[in-house]
Design a protein around this ligand. Structure first.
Ligand code: PMP
Length: 295
């Protein structure tokens, strides 16, 4: 399949308060965000004309910016509205929504106090991060070479571009070896998350998921915990050692892009997508489309 580059498409991108033609939404090569990773972003999905947990995503964008010591020059309500308008302007009711905020070009150097803060919102059709076949069988993952860093090292709760450097390296290494994704441990050696989603395990009908104390407490993760509880499932948030994976029967990853995706393998450990993973996958799909009461 030929790739359609993301800078060469039809449509409209919201940039600093205005719509610009897709191909004209450009930044200069001397942009602070590009050189020093002073950029934060979001990933959201619109289902049937409504962006799932829109305000939570926008609020996280603002918090991420604050953690990187910059202020977004709009209100949360303005960005919420702009996300909706960008979908409408592009004629999309089912879309992936990508807001991003970054430091501009007024200063290039570690100090960047006077840089202008820019915000852009782009939307595009993105049906499923993993194919339906992959989802049904469960994806295969290996262990990532890099670990999620300690909160003393980086602003680990920000959805900041710089924190994705180790994710891209790890995902590439996984793909080169024939895996779909990589599972990352944290700096202490506990199971953390994949390169773009949170993880859950099942043992004796109980869900176990790592405590998000050094990585993103995903909005999908929080929704799935609430959903599982409404189904009467027990959810245990705790530190999980990699060798404990031998005792889990099911595993799945969750995220805005990944939604709920069963996992069949992580390194030397195997899982079989079962009732709990598959029913949460279906219920999550219904919930985001408002076919099921929100948890
Ligand atoms: N961890 C990482 C590294 C991610 O990129 C994402 C996707 N934003 C998540 C977890 C899940 O977050 P959410 O459910 O809010 O999309």
């Amino acid at each position: 399949m030929a790739l359609v580059p993301f800078d060469d498409r039809d449509g409209w991108i919201w940039l600093d308060g205005q719509f610009v033609a897709w191909r004209e939404a450009k930044v200069h090569v001397l942009t602070h965000g590009l050189h020093y990773a002073s950029a934060v972003f979001e990933g959201e999905r619109m289902y049937g004309g409504e962006i799932y947990k829109l305000t939570e995503h926008t609020e996280r964008l603002f918090k991420s910016a604050e953690m990187l010591d910059f202020e977004i020059p709009f209100t949360v309500a303005e960005i919420d509205q702009a996300c909706k308008e960008t979908c409408a302007r592009n004629g999309l009711t089912d879309a992936y929504v990508r807001p991003i905020a970054w430091r501009g070009s007024e200063m290039i150097g570690v100090s960047a106090q006077e840089t202008k803060i820019h915000v852009a919102i782009a939307v595009w059709e993105w049906p499923s991060y993993f194919s339906p076949e992959e989802k049904a069988k469960g994806i295969r993952m290996c262990w990532a070479k890099y670990k999620r860093p300690s909160p003393e090292t980086e602003p680990v709760h920000a959805k900041a571009t710089g924190l994705y450097m180790i994710c891209t390296i790890s995902k590439h290494a996984a793909e080169k070896d024939g895996y779909t994704d990589a599972m990352m441990l944290d700096y202490r050696g506990y199971v953390a998350e994949s390169t773009g989603s949170n993880v859950f395990f099942v043992k004796d009908g109980v869900l176990h998921t790592p405590i998000p104390d050094c990585f993103l407490n995903g909005i999908t993760r929080q929704s799935v915990i609430a959903l599982a509880k409404t189904k009467g499932l027990e959810v245990v948030e705790r530190h999980i050692k990699p060798e404990e994976l031998a005792g889990f029967t099911e595993c799945f990853v969750v995220g805005t892009a990944a939604e709920v995706t069963p996992v069949s393998q992580i390194g030397e450990y195997s899982f079989t997508p079962g009732n709990i993973s598959l029913s949460l996958m279906d219920d999550y799909a219904k919930m985001v489309r408002r076919e099921l009461q929100p948890a």
